[in-house]
Write a protein that binds this ligand. Structure first.
Ligand SMILES: Cc1cc2nc3c(=O)[nH]c(=O)nc-3n(C[C@H](O)[C@H](O)[C@H](O)COP(=O)(O)OP(=O)(O)OC[C@H]3O[C@@H](n4cnc5c(N)ncnc54)[C@H](O)[C@@H]3O)c2cc1C
Length: 450
């Protein structure tokens, strides 16, 4: 398609990366971002919030030519390191070998580098403190509030790509005008970020190459490493009930809750009570919206279109994959209308699939990982992959290590594979007791080659 101007609302991970893809194709994207420039203002007040970057996200960064510029931020995590209540630990590797790892990366630092790369490649400065307030879909204009000057201006802009996150104002404008329907399902559990300080020697106090989980059945704590020797821990807990955020309202309650459920971690978080009350409790939401576009002139991507709960570590990875799909379509179609149609056709089933898998993964992380049956099935799944690599790839691996397998395929094949695992593990206590003849028959009968 011939390059045109384009307007992107939101210079978060998705908006910044899409800007890079567009600029590389010669388009002239303008990015409007509500917040001040985080490269000059410490928006997160010194807190380091990190997330898991996996194959889909890395593939997108590589395609955009920016993977190397963020590599120094990436810490490999080779598996889940489970912490039992009695302090015992065990590592559950993520993949079939050391090549299959995921990476912890600082969300803020990644975002800053993407912004810098966007400005370098496009030569167009990002417009900060510009708050999208609404659209006139008949006239094709946007209203933007300049937060610095306090003035509102009207912009004639098409196409507009809304990359403004889970609480998207672009989506809100569409639903408000009756042009789309959206649901926001808020999980009954919330989260709170806490920091595990580096040791006296400045190094990590826990294994730096693992994602740590303290699964406690109805809730859990996790921790991902940062490059400065600290970890960002996140407590996921019901909002209401006996063990809940609502029940933790005083410092002694918080201290005693950690002493009961996470005795080994409490002492690693020096300012536990201070951070607990200072840091807001976050909500998690699954957003479903239909359609994602208006009059073929405005499109939603990333969390704005399909925010998911964070338990598969895929929200940003999925948002980056959106950018790859748009980039592919720009190479093969003429006109934004056709591109937006095709984007929604291809992406909507995949966004639905990862939303489902992300919700399912919460139960796995906080509870099922502890059970011997889960561990047996996990070991069997990796063994079946070793024996039949063209037919059986564990669902987690399809999602995290195989960008070429769409999420919807991972969900579908994952269901078939789960039936195979259930059949083979019925009445079996260890992997040596598995009937390998039956395994071969089931895999060949039910799973066509990839
Ligand atoms: C606790 C938690 C853990 C997570 N862990 C992971 C993980 O491990 N791996 C993973 O892949 N994902 C993870 N995610 C999800 C990930 O953070 C999101 O999917 C990702 O940030 C989405 O990127 P985005 O650019 O679409 O939206 P956002 O990151 O929300 O960016 C939106 C941008 O738009 C701007 N904006 C908002 N409104 C306006 C407006 N009106 N005008 C102009 N600009 C506006 C915002 O300031 C922001 O810069 C996690 C999320 C949470 C909550």
């Amino acid at each position: 398609m011939q390059p045109t101007a384009a307007t992107i609302i939101g210079a978060g991970p998705a908006g910044s990366l899409l800007g890079i893809f567009l600029a590389r194709r010669g388009f002239a994207p303008t990015l409007y971002e509500r917040r001040p420039d985080m490269r000059r203002t410490d928006i997160a007040a010194g807190r380091s919030i990190n997330l898991a970057l996996a194959d889909r996200g890395m593939y997108a960064l590589k395609r955009a030519g920016v993977l190397e510029s963020v590599r120094s931020l990436m810490i490999p995590m080779r598996g889940r390191l489970l912490h039992d209540l009695d302090g015992a630990t065990s590592l559950q590797p993520y993949g079939k070998d050391d090549s299959e790892v995921i990476y912890s990366i600082s969300r803020g630092e990644l975002n800053k580098r993407l912004m810098t790369e966007f400005e370098r490649i496009s030569g167009i400065p990002i417009r900060f403190r510009q708050n999208y307030r609404g659209a006139d879909f008949v006239r094709g204009t946007l209203t933007v509030l300049d937060e610095g000057r306090g003035s509102t201006h009207i912009i004639t802009a098409a196409p507009v790509i809304g990359a403004d996150g889970a609480s998207s104002a672009v989506r809100e404008a569409m639903t408000h005008a009756g042009l789309a329907r959206a649901t926001e399902d808020v999980l009954s559990h919330g989260y709170k970020e806490l920091s595990i300080a580096p040791g006296a020697d400045g190094r990590h106090q826990l294994d730096a190459n693992a994602l740590h989980i303290w699964p406690r059945g109805g809730f859990m704590l996790i921790a991902l490493p940062n490059t400065d020797g600290s970890f960002t821990a996140t407590l996921f807990l019901p909002l209401e009930g006996a063990d809940s955020f609502a029940a933790l309202t005083t410092a002694p309650q918080v201290r005693s809750f950690f002493a009961r459920h996470f005795p080994d971690v409490g002492r690693l978080i020096p300012d536990l009570e201070g951070e607990f009350f200072e840091h807001l409790t976050g909500f998690m939401v699954t957003v479903r919206c239909n359609p994602w576009q208006v009059a073929r002139r405005q499109l939603l991507i990333g969390d704005a279109a399909h925010a998911i709960v964070p338990f598969h570590g895929q929200g940003m990875n999925c948002a980056f994959e959106d950018c790859v799909v748009l980039d592919d379509l720009l190479g093969g179609h003429d006109g934004w209308g056709a591109i937006f149609d095709e984007f929604e056709r291809v992406r909507a089933p995949n966004a639905d699939a990862i939303a489902t898998m992300a919700l399912e993964n919460y139960v796995e992380m906080r509870d099922t990982v502890r059970h011997p049956k889960f561990q047996l099935q996990k070991a069997l799944a990796l063994e079946l992959e070793r024996r039949y690599p063209q037919r059986f790839i564990p669902r987690y691996s399809m999602v995290m290590f195989h960008h070429e397998i769409p999420y919807a395929v991972a969900l579908e094949r994952g269901r078939v594979q789960q039936q195979i695992l259930d059949t083979l593990c019925a009445g079996v206590e260890s992997i040596d007791q598995v009937d390998w003849q039956r395994a071969a028959e089931l895999v060949h009968a039910k799973l066509p080659k990839f």
